[in-house]
Design a protein around this ligand. Sequence first.
Ligand code: PMV
Length: 310
Amino acid sequence: MTSASAPGKIILFGEHAVVYGRPALAVPVTQVQATATVSENSRGGIWIEAPNVNLSSALAQLAPDHPLAAVINSVFSTLAIARPPACTVYLQSTIPVASGLGSGAAVSVAILRALSTYLGRPLTDSQVNGLAFQAEKFYHGTPSGIDNTVVTYARPVYFVKGQPIKTFRVGASFTMVIGDTGISAPTKESVQAVRILWEAHPARWEKVFDRVGEIVWDARQAIERGDTPALGTLMDSNQALLQEMTVSCSELDLLTEAAHKAGALGAKLSGGGRGGNLIVLVLKEKASAMAEALLAAGAKRTIITTVRAR
Ligand code: PMV
């Protein structure tokens, strides 16, 4: 029996514009995890058990473009295993699905590592990242690759589509409260909505994406020098541009307002938007009160996470 786990993630800055070549910053969230366990079975064939999504099926019964089937098959084809041994891939995850916390990428990374290790030929990080990116296409359509990168390497990432992974220094630890709207919003749809806007007025949206790119760059520098108040202001500026891209929603706006009333240093949606999670930058000592304020304003759950100086 072999197990592997992968963390969730939040995008601190730059979602959506990252699809158009601008940089983005993301960090892992280790409080939530996806775990894949591979074990021998006696009924024959390959089985997938994923109680979180009510799935219990033979691999052969799933469509080839089912994301879980695609990930499992990609391990066999990469390792050139024509006759895989009978086994069961059991998935467990505490990462909410379709809410911007990288659940799809974490499940893929956990399966790729657990299954390849079970087969005695563990994939390298670079192979895991590449195969998880292919799987992201089934979830997202046109993913930038940020989710699989931050989840595979489990460290802060300054990400530019198509470029090798770059990490960044964190000058001073900072604390975020993540508030879940409880609205599951497929990233594919919000990415498509932004594409429609961009196709109609490319020059206008390129300018918006440029402004996001500048914010990301300024944010990276603020994080490196440990300037938490500046970081908060930059989050608010990024949120205003995400609202312009129509990827916020009334529930996210309501939580943003509540966060500011409760003393947030900055707040923005994280990930695809139109639901999913809000991230709120707070002084560490105010984190519990902020979580309470978000719950009182309608958040379905909260996670407090600290990005540690490194
Ligand atoms: O998976 P999510 O919802 O965290 O979103 C990923 C970020 C986007 O920029 C919206 C899409 C992408 O592929 O980069």
